[in-house]
Design a protein around this ligand. Structure first.
Ligand SMILES: [Zn+2]
Length: 73
């Protein structure tokens, strides 16, 4: 469990660099993640069955919305 928790915290930190923040925690302990522009939202599970859940979530979040991509091109 602690391993997954550390993985999730790492995912939260990585997403934070792209403007994503934990909006709230659900009753189940999931994190509701919200982006800077406010148009995108996703949920990070607490103990996902798939080991790449957090990696996939972070990749999705960065793809959908990233403060670091602003001004590129
Ligand atoms: Zn957004």
């Amino acid at each position: 469990m602690s391993g997954q928790n550390a993985e999730r915290e790492a995912a939260v930190r990585e997403a934070a660099e792209h403007g994503w923040a934990v909006a709230r925690e659900t009753a189940k302990g999931y994190y509701v993640m919200r982006c800077t522009c406010g148009r995108h939202q996703t949920t990070m599970h607490k103990t996902p069955r798939l080991s790449n859940h957090f990696r996939n979530k972070v990749a999705w979040m960065i793809r959908e919305c990233s403060t670091q991509r602003e001004g590129d091109e």
